[in-house]
Design a protein around this ligand. Sequence first.
Ligand code: APR
Ligand code: PHB
Length: 386
Amino acid sequence: MKTHVAIIGGGPSGLLLSQLLHIRGISSIILERQSKAHVLSRIRAGVLEQGLIGLLREAGVCDRLEAEGFRHDGTVLTFDEQSFRVDFKDFIDQPVVVYGQTEITRDLYAAREAAGGRFEFNVEDVVIDPHGPSVSYAVGGETRVIECDFVAGCDGFHGVSRKTIPQDKRQEFEKVYPFGWLGILSETPPVHEELIYANSERGFALCSMRNNALSRYYIQCDANDDAARWSDDAFWAELKKRLPAKFADALVTGPSIEKSIAPLRSFVCEPMQYGKLFLCGDAAHIVPPTGAKGLNTAASDVHYLYQGLRAFYQRGDMSELDAYSSKALARVWKAERFSWWFTSLMHRFPDQAAFDIKMQKAELEFLRSSPAAQAAMAVNYVGLPY
Ligand code: APR
Ligand code: PHB
């Protein structure tokens, strides 16, 4: 088989890149290890920056997002019984939009299928030749090869693309946090119209939502905890203890329809290119979920890679692709910094001394009272420019 760009991974990065390339007449084939149903069963954050929304618009995939997404102009932070709001409008003329990542993935699959996009699901043994370039894989016991101009490694943190870069040609930077997030999805109205990020003496909590009848809540938990150990009642009781009384009292509880624990990790691989292989999204970097930068940062990679591929196919200009890794990483590190900062500010750490807690409180108090500090948070939260 032949195509312009072989895309490894049918998550949001691979799908968005494929659809954008299609709009410009650049062909691609997506290889996905799982089934489509499996990819669509994953529940992830759902707070979108304008940069991602612009890409979805360019890809022709924003009708449902525009109809069903919720514009948020601010967010609430709490510490113990106190709470305050950061109003993004005071600092930047951009909201974020609440719309589930699973729904974006669904919309992208629908668009790729409507356009006759080429996929292979349930592939195994993917081997990338980054110099050929070519990709071989097995499906249904048969081995196949794709000849291509470029390979986009969009196969997430556990994929093969990053590991295709020889160890002595890449450097990995990692921080694993000593806790996880226990999350539940419940068919209940959100406790508040905006997201609430809570720092409490019992640990972090987050109140989020998908729509007016579907809520997403998280509590910081032990990294080795087991979600099955948590009854719904125990989850709600713990969440209430971490929120100021005015929110705890307003919380509508109900049965969970999903419950899982996610570990928290910061990770960056440098460089994001090797030969004709370009890493994109979670394949190259991970952020802890505080601030919802995972998908948004994947989208900025897609933007830079898409621009580079357009320059190559439209003008034969390789310079933007050559600069891909450095351009993408410059923005990745800023998103890493924000996610690390917001995580550090809002969680209880096992080794935290009384002094460290005073520092968190002082910083939250500074954020509450200082427009300059709120401006720094707002521009990062709504998303830095590409
Ligand atoms: N071959 C083919 N596909 C693979 C392989 C492989 N060897 N390994 C992994 N995959 C697939 C996974 O099954 C998954 O569907 O690659 C896809 C990668 O998707 P994501 O992990 O969702 O990564 P990405 O598309 O970069 O999306 C980034 O998703 O994980 C969240 O926090 C992240 O929100 C961010 C966004
Ligand atoms: C979510 O809705 O799942 C979510 C929202 C905001 C975050 C993280 C997760 O910072």
